[in-house]
Write a new protein. Structure first.
Lengths: 297, 184
């Protein structure tokens, strides 16, 4: 039996929960048809999370691509089908992959499995990021290097902790609904062990009565705790937080059944959500908004 | 002996000749190991100038591996050898990563700025910074000269200079204390 999972018309970190709520009702070994025919837009989070979803199913899920030509074209330019073709059984045909060229895709979907991938990603992003961050988002040149550092640390989280490969994508777009400004968004997603299991593997870890995905996220994201004893560990995520804070950005991390967010004043998200449908690994999203003259930062 | 290490050359030689960014922990560990190997070959008292000029990007993880883990053993009670370090060629973004890492480990280092003037970066108190700057001004100083200049008791002056030496910010040659990185 195949269960149809409907992809919402606009797929981002919030609406992806609708996908997971549907999947939560389905036995893990049941075949899925992920129906994206009516999808019109997807954030980098949505696209990388769909690939992660495919990786997390024991039986290869089927996938119905968007019907709208411009959507299909964008998902193709973003590199989605380059990997989806292997991970899903695609229903119908998809356009051939073309180079991204000049577009708002800063970094098309890229797999991360080893440290060398991080070097490659950081090298590729630098020039393009400089142009977009300074010209389109009005951030100063300092923000560009910090952006590459943030991207590097976010990707390393997969290499160091996930136990299996993941995905990264970077895109700019105008976030009309929530912000009315342009943003640049980094999405990093993996189907690995997740924060709770990673921290549980720490030697001599003392378990408390309350120990769950939410607490693991608080420890790692807020307190900089790592599974390694080395006191130098845990600095990567702390560095990401610092960068996000400096540029009035937003950081959210979902792992297992919880999601934590460092919420800026322009957003009304909640800091911690618990009891979400289970999704393996970790999904991080970093959003840096365009600087306005009034904000002065 | 003064030893010069260009980090981008070490990076290309030890990790990959296409890289110009110091990112990821394995990269940082490989670069630090190469520096330590070079130091072990030199022996004796050394001042090593570590040059970041051709490094584009330094992330937090790599700063921790290359700089913090390099300095930590030398700031312990029994350092592996009599080595001191001066850093140069650091941009504002390098420093951004580095200062955070140094604070986390309670470390400090001497940075030679583009104009050649040395400064201390990292976790130092105002009193320690002032003491170090006083020795830079003096060129070199005996404990008595330092005490005389700062108005501190001789025992307190010696404690301060010894602590700065343990932290690799000062070195003692015979009865003279010399600030690491100060023009000689």
């Amino acid at each position: 039996m195949t269960t149809v999972i409907n992809v919402p018309p606009s797929l981002d970190d919030v609406t992806f929960e609708q996908v997971l709520e549907q999947i939560a009702q389905v036995p893990v070994d049941e075949k899925l048809l992920v129906d994206a025919r009516h999808a019109r837009w997807a954030s980098p989070f949505g696209l990388t999370a769909l690939l992660t979803l495919a990786q997390s199913r024991p039986e290869r899920a089927a996938f119905a691509p968007p019907e709208a030509e411009d959507t299909l074209s964008y998902w193709t330019r973003a590199g989605f089908f380059k990997y989806a073709n292997d991970l899903f059984e695609i229903v119908g045909t998809t356009p051939r992959q073309r180079p991204a060229g000049e577009s708002d895709v800063l970094l098309e979907i890229t797999p991360i499995t080893k440290s060398d991938d991080v070097h490659e990603i950081v090298g590729r992003i630098q020039q393009k990021a400089q142009h977009i961050l300074t010209r389109e988002l009005n951030l100063d040149a300092k923000a560009t290097m910090g952006f590459a550092m943030t991207l590097s640390e976010a990707c390393q989280n997969i290499v160091e902790h996930a136990g299996r490969g993941g995905w990264v994508a970077v895109q700019t777009y105008k976030w009309t609904k929530r912000l009315g400004r342009r943003v640049v968004v980094i999405a990093v997603s993996d189907a690995g062990v997740g924060f709770r299991q990673s921290l549980e593997s720490a030697p001599a870890r003392v378990r408390s009565d309350r120990w769950d995905d939410a607490m693991a996220l608080e420890e790692a994201v807020v307190r900089g705790v790592s599974r390694f004893r080395d006191p130098g560990r845990g600095q990567g995520l702390a560095g990401v937080r610092r960068y996000v804070g400096r540029w009035d950005g937003k950081l959210s991390v979902r792992s297992g059944t919880a999601r934590i967010a460092i919420v800026p004043s322009w957003d009304d998200d909640v800091a911690l959500k618990e009891g979400l449908p289970l999704f393996p690994g970790a999904q991080m999203q970093i959003t840096i908004p365009e600087r306005t003259v009034a904000a002065g930062r | 002996m003064i030893n010069h290490i260009d980090l981008s050359t070490v990076l290309r030689r030890t990790v990959c000749d296409l890289y110009s960014n110091l990112v990821t922990r394995p990269t940082g560990a490989a670069v630090r190991t190469a520096i330590e190997t070079q130091l072990a070959e030199l022996g004796g008292r050394t001042v090593t100038v570590i040059d970041f000029s051709n490094v584009r990007l330094l992330d937090f993880s790599c700063a921790d591996e290359v700089v913090a883990k390099l300095l930590l053993p030398y700031c312990a009670d029994l350092p592996p050898r009599d080595a001191y370090f001066v850093f140069r060629g650091m941009s504002e973004t390098h420093l951004d990563a580095l200062e955070y890492v140094l604070a986390r480990h309670q470390l400090a280092l001497v940075l030679q700025q583009d104009d050649g003037i040395p400064v201390i970066v990292g976790a130092v108190s105002d009193v320690e910074r002032k003491a170090w700057e006083t020795v830079v001004e003096l060129g070199s100083a005996t404990c008595d000269e330092f005490a005389d200049r700062t108005g501190a008791a001789v025992e307190d002056a010696e404690t301060m200079l010894t602590e700065l030496t343990r932290r690799r910010l000062m070195m003692k040659v015979d009865d003279q204390w010399i600030a690491v990185g100060a023009p000689l």
